[in-house]
Each structure stands twice: as C-alpha cells, then as structure tokens.
Design a protein around this ligand. Structure first.
Ligand code: AQP
Length: 349
C-alpha cells in the first residue's frame, strides 16, 4: 500500500476500505440496524473490502458485567451475521483480540489534545453532571475510535449521525499526526452517513436518540423483540393527534411523527416523501399498524436467525478468532510503521 494520502495535496492513493464498529453494550436496537448494520451489509455487497468490529474495549468505558459482556459480544456477532454480514466476505471480529487497536490508541492519545476531547458531545452526555466520576477511558474513547479506523488505513466509515463528531476528530488526529511527523501516512477518512434513518429517535421522546442503554425498554425496538412486542411498542409510540401531512416540511415541529415516517422509509427502501405521498391525510390509527407489519416482516427473520446462531457459541467464538487473525494481518504492519515513524526502536526477534 502506498503511503500517499488524499487531503494533503497528494493524489489519493489509498485503496477504498470500509471499517465500522458497534459496542456490545446491550442488545441491538432498530437504530443500530437501520443506521449501521443494514448499511454495513450493503457496503459488503458493493464489493468494497469491509472490516467490521465488535468494539468490546469501547463498551467497558462504562461499567459492564463480565458475563453479560461476553453474552452481548456473541449476540452482537449473531446480529451482524443475521443482518447479512458474511464472515467469509467481510472481516468480523471483536476488538480486544487485536491488540494493535489499543497500541495505536496510545500513540493517538499523545497526538489528540485535551480540548478536542473535552468538546465531544457523547462524552458530555454520557459523563453527565459528575464528570469527575467518569472513567478516563470514556474521555479518551475517540482516540481509540480513531485508532480502530486508522490501524486499517480505512477510507470510509458508515455510521449513524451521532458518530459524525467522532469521525471529524479522527480526521483531525490523522492530519495532526501526518503534520507532526512530516508524513502522509494516515488517510483522511470519509464519514458515510446516508439513508432515511441516520438518526432513529426514541419511541417515547422524538428529541432523543434511540439507544440500547436507554433505561426504558419502551423507547426502543430490540432486534430480539418478538412480533407482538414490536407491534405493541409501535402502537404505544408517542405521537400527536394530527393526520399525516403531504410534505416533510410540515413535519418540522412534529419529531415523533417524522421519526416514524423515517423508520418506515428506511425499512421499505423508499424516501420519506414517497411514504408521505401514500399516507397523507391518514391518522396514526392507520399508519401505526402498517408500520408494525413492515417492521415485523423485516425484523422477525433477523431475530429468528440470531436465535439459531446463538445455539452454537463455540462456532461464534471460532469465527471471531479467525476474523481477528485476518484483521491483525492488516493492522500489524501499519502499527509497526506508525511506531517507526514516531521513533520507537523495534528490535525484538
Ligand atoms: N438511534 C440511532 N440511529 C441511527 N444510528 C444509530 N446508531 C446507534 N444508535 C443509532 C449507530 O449504530 C452504530 C453503533 O453504535 P454504538 O453501539 O457503537 O454506539 P452508540 O452510537 O452510542 O449506540 P447506542 O445504541 O446509543 O449505544 P449506547 O447506548 O451503549 O451508547 C453507530 O454507527 C451509530 O451511529
């Protein structure tokens, strides 16, 4: 691979390579599916090299019970495969099995500035009012995320809208590393934030992101929910009393309604405008059952497949180990070169 990089005046010479990750910090949600997993499978099917990671080291930036973390890691692996990721075509593994991520993160901790990390909204949200009690890992999370991506010289990162700021920081770290050491070594990554559901909102509050760690289970649809639960959650989703309008503009101040339209559009592979054209003038009494049917039709096969894959935990672990071997074969030489650039002597045989 060439060391030349786009964004610094040199010809962009990096082979396109997709990297993205998901934390095993709870069960998967419809937000993770539409904002990430569904699009990961689409990227794989476009024929680009795809590397997908279960970021267990990120998960422990907030407390995780070890037994639950192990279960969530395997269940997430099952979720990837059930959503269409083929471990033979994509590289799929858990982060802690490839030590290069944590090692490059240390180099990046020495490049990133306190001020940059202190401005991250995810840190502010998750640390809450009591920042003194937050883990150092939670603060340094974006350096590790930058390392996850850069240790593969990945060029494209499909994510939901909430990760945009972290990807901008990844670019800043890569640019500063390249400038500090006078190299064109790390690529300047492109966020890939596309589709109708880049930010799926809570079913209880249209101004908050749907999240796997939200204390209210009613706020989200889990990929493991059965058909009745999905239908019941959609029926109870907060909405308003107005019928659906003809234009998206008219949904500007109706975040809950807008969210359900976006979810419908993303599940059905249509634009929100096309969905409104079909349902304009109708109330939620008609729209919600249609959405519930659509969600069940999409999610039930995924849930069934996840249950089937989870029957064979040893096979999941074997598959993650094989993915980690393939990942390490790419990451090893890139990390070695980064150490060399920073002046570390590497003389072990
Ligand atoms: N609500 C969402 N809408 C669209 N995309 C979403 N993603 C997460 N929530 C939504 C995308 O899913 C990928 C994996 O996210 P993550 O698990 O690494 O962390 P997160 O973004 O912090 O997700 P959660 O569900 O909110 O986890 P917790 O509660 O543990 O923090 C990312 O691409 C993300 O954009």
């Amino acid at each position: 691979m060439s060391d030349a990089v786009g964004g610094t005046g040199a010809a962009p010479a990096f082979t396109p390579r997709v990297f993205s990750g998901i934390q095993p910090s709870g069960g998967l949600t419809l937000g993770n599916y539409l904002g990430a997993l569904k699009r990961f499978a689409e990227k794989q099917n476009e024929g680009i090299e795809t590397i997908y990671c279960i970021v267990d080291l990120h998960a422990i930036t907030v407390w995780q019970d070890p037994a639950r973390l192990r279960h969530a890691t395997r269940e997430l692996a099952a979720g990837f495969i059930a959503s269409g990721i083929d471990p033979a075509r994509s590289i799929l593994f858990n982060q802690s099995q490839v030590a290069e991520h944590a090692e490059l993160a240390w180099l990046f901790n020495c490049v990133a500035r306190m001020g940059w990390l202190g401005r991250m909204t995810q840190f502010k949200d998750k640390a809450g009012k009591n920042r003194e009690a937050a883990s150092v890992g939670l603060f340094a999370y974006p350096s590790l995320m930058a390392a996850d991506i850069m240790v593969y010289h990945a060029t494209h990162v499909p994510v939901g809208e909430d990760q945009k700021q972290h990807l901008e920081l990844t670019r800043d770290i890569a640019i500063k590393f390249n400038n500090d050491y006078g190299v064109d070594f790390f690529p300047i990554v492109e966020p890939v934030i596309e589709g109708a559901a880049t930010r799926v909102m809570s079913l209880r509050d249209g101004t908050r992101k749907m999240s796997k760690s939200d204390p209210s289970d009613q706020s989200r649809i889990n990929l493991t929910d059965d058909a009745d639960t999905i239908a019941q959650k959609i029926r109870k989703a907060r909405t308003d009393a107005e019928p659906l309008p003809e234009t998206l503009e008219a949904l500007k101040d109706r975040p809950e309604a807008r969210n359900l339209i976006n979810i419908y559009a993303a599940l059905d592979g249509r634009t929100p405008e096309a969905v409104l054209a079909e349902f304009a003038g109708q109330g939620f009494g008609a729209f919600k059952p249609a959405l519930a049917d659509l969600a069940v039709a999409h999610l039930a096969p995924i849930s069934t497949e996840m249950t089937r894959i989870m029957q064979d935990v040893a096979e999941i672990d074997r598959m993650l180990g094989a993915g980690a071997d393939r990942a390490a074969a790419i990451a090893g030489p890139i990390l070695a070169r980064a150490y060399d650039i920073t002046g570390m002597i590497r003389s072990r045989r």
